[in-house]
Design a protein around this ligand. Structure first.
Ligand code: TYD
Length: 204
């Protein structure tokens, strides 16, 4: 492969996207592809520190400050991890990316969507996912999966998380070529098969 691929995994907390990302990574590795796994927030190094603040800081955090921290982490992830790997022909799988900010800070917190999109564009500096999976699940199930030990974002309440879910579905409608919605209430095996189907259709 001359140029690599950038594939992102999105959805509610507890939707199972991280499990699916790892299954896909194992599959692609067995096929002989060079795979890089990363996540937002918190790819490695400085990103880990930003993640720690975003998920565990227990003082007041303004919605705008929260957005900028996610965006700062994104710029670091793109520059340090994603771009070098894609340019070297690798397949990068990323747990959360720009659509998380639109869904959580835009639809969830209610910040202006045009401004979020503008800031996202600045953070990614031209890099766009070649494919995005949104794992869709009803909020009650996802919150049950998360359990009692919730981080700062998971604690934002059921209405917030309902808005996030609706947000993801709207974004997916707007970009059907890039974003594939997958029913995350199915079994891990069924979902994995669906992911492989979509990957095969699009790239191989
Ligand atoms: P994480 O533990 O990675 O959640 P999960 O395992 O469900 O992916 O925590 C990331 C949290 O940060 C999650 O609640 C979504 C939120 N988030 C945003 O609100 N905006 C963003 O731009 C990103 C990347 C994440």
């Amino acid at each position: 492969m001359e140029k690599g691929l950038f594939i992102t995994f999105e959805g509610a907390d507890g939707c199972g996207k991280t499990t699916q990302m790892k299954l896909l990574a194992e599959y692609l590795q067995k096929q002989g592809h060079d795979i890089v796994l990363t996540r937002e927030p918190g790819g490695k190094g400085l990103g880990e520190k930003v993640r720690e603040i975003l998920l565990n800081y227990d003082g007041e955090v303004s919605d705008r400050c929260e957005s900028f921290l996610f965006l700062a982490d994104r710029a670091q992830n793109i520059d340090i991890i994603v771009n070098p790997a894609v340019e070297a022909g690798k397949i990068v799988l990323c747990d959360r990316h720009t659509d998380s900010t639109v869904a959580y800070q835009g639809y969830g917190r209610g910040l202006d969507l045009d401004r979020i999109n503008l800031l996202n564009n600045i953070a990614v500096n031209g890099r766009k996912p070649d494919l995005t999976f949104v794992f869709d699940i009803d909020t009650e199930t996802s919150m049950k999966r998360v359990g009692k030990e919730k981080d700062r974002m998971e604690n934002a309440g059921i209405e917030f998380h309902n808005r996030v879910r609706e947000g993801y579905l709207k974004i997916a409608q707007q970009e059907p070529e890039r974003i594939k919605v997958i029913d995350a209430s199915k079994s891990i095996e069924e979902i994995h098969k669906e992911v492989l189907n979509k990957i095969a259709k699009k790239f191989f």
